[in-house]
Write a protein that binds this ligand. Structure first.
Ligand SMILES: Cc1cc2nc3c(=O)[nH]c(=O)nc-3n(C[C@H](O)[C@H](O)[C@H](O)COP(=O)(O)O)c2cc1C
Length: 316
């Protein structure tokens, strides 16, 4: 199993967004080191058809980490074996999703409440693959550093290769500032690499997080959607180079549109284009207007024509 580059830059797993088209878009700006898939339900993976599944049929998996969701060791093991066959860089277990529709099944962050179940899940995955096994998790249900460290030590003892900490508690949801000090505490205790995640909104934040916490790399979520060129800028900053100018946003949106049309059936492409527009439009003063207009369109062609018209009329 290859070592992680140091420092390592990851794009975060994001449902409906960390798909092949966004990954290709980010690769076009020089890319990050490793990408995450959207979370894949371990119950669904075995019934997805490898040639037609919108989640599985991509050839470029050498820099991809599949993220799986579930709490049944047998299902995790079966999903792990199937995903291993795609020769990805690694497989990650989601122990951080805080949404009720996920935790009510005992999945995602619910595993942080049940250390025994989490241990069984990770040991089942470890047995099903020789590839890198990681866990993306949160601080815990409460802001209790000792609980977080005990939980992480258990994962390390079970053979996890690296950890990604989204530095919020479950009850924080996506609110309040990420608690970077917990990333530092985790790094201090663990012997495996620790990746920090939460509130990297500009390239300087990535450098600050690594300097303040000593973490081995960073994961960027929302701001990789808003500025798909953010990794290029982080790399430049780390190398002490000048930052390039921001790219032309209409061209960026056009590239994503073309990639979605190339990789997905028309209905999925349109749905995903509308979802992506919400994030890319955050670069614009009247982005909400653009999102509303795109939301009304019925075809990919109409959606792009609508965006081009907004830019032509200068209302963005
Ligand atoms: C739209 C959206 C979807 C997400 N989906 C996932 C997911 O599938 N798996 C996961 O572990 N985290 C998921 N997350 C959480 C992100 O991976 C990340 O931990 C969080 O956004 C904090 O990082 P950021 O401040 O850089 O955005 C999602 C976040 C967003 C905004």
């Amino acid at each position: 199993m290859p070592d992680l580059p140091k420092p390592v830059l990851f794009m975060a797993p994001m449902v409906d967004l960390s798909h092949v088209a966004y990954r290709e878009l980010i690769r076009g700006f020089g890319g990050c080191d490793l990408f995450y898939s959207e979370m894949l339900n371990s119950r669904i993976v075995p019934v997805e058809h490898p040639q037609t599944s919108i989640y599985l049929r991509w050839a470029h998996t050498h820099d991809l980490i599949f993220q799986i969701l579930g709490n049944d060791p047998d299902k995790i093991s079966a999903a792990g074996t199937i995903l291993d066959g795609f020769e990805p860089w690694g497989i990650d277990v989601n122990m951080g999703c805080w949404l009720k529709k996920v935790t009510c099944h005992g999945w995602g962050a619910a595993l942080m409440k049940d250390i025994g179940a989490a241990r069984q899940v990770i040991s089942a995955l470890r047995r099903s693959t020789q590839r890198s096994v990681s866990v993306k998790f949160r601080i815990g249900f409460q802001a209790d550093p000792n609980y977080m460290l005990d939980f992480a030590s258990m994962l390390q003892d079970e053979g996890v290769d690296f950890l990604v900490l989204h530095a919020r508690t479950v009850s924080d949801g996506m609110t309040r500032k990420a608690r970077w000090e917990y990333i530092g505490a985790l790094k201090e205790r663990m012997s495996i690499p620790v990746i920090g995640n939460g509130d990297i909104t500009r390239p300087q934040d990535a450098c600050d997080m690594m300097r303040q916490t000593g973490c081995d790399g960073v994961m960027v979520g929302r701001h990789a959607l808003i500025k798909p060129w953010i990794f290029r800028d982080i790399k430049a900053l780390l190398a002490g180079e000048e930052l390039e100018d921001q790219p032309d946003l209409l061209e960026v949106i056009g590239s994503l549109h073309a990639l979605l049309a190339e990789h997905f059936p028309a209905d999925v492409a349109l749905k995903r284009f509308k979802t992506a527009s919400v994030w890319l439009a955050q670069n614009l003063s009247f982005g909400h207007y653009l999102v509303k207009q795109v939301g009304r369109t019925r075809t990919m062609n109409d959606a792009m024509a609508c965006i081009t018209a907004c830019f032509d009329r200068g209302i963005c």
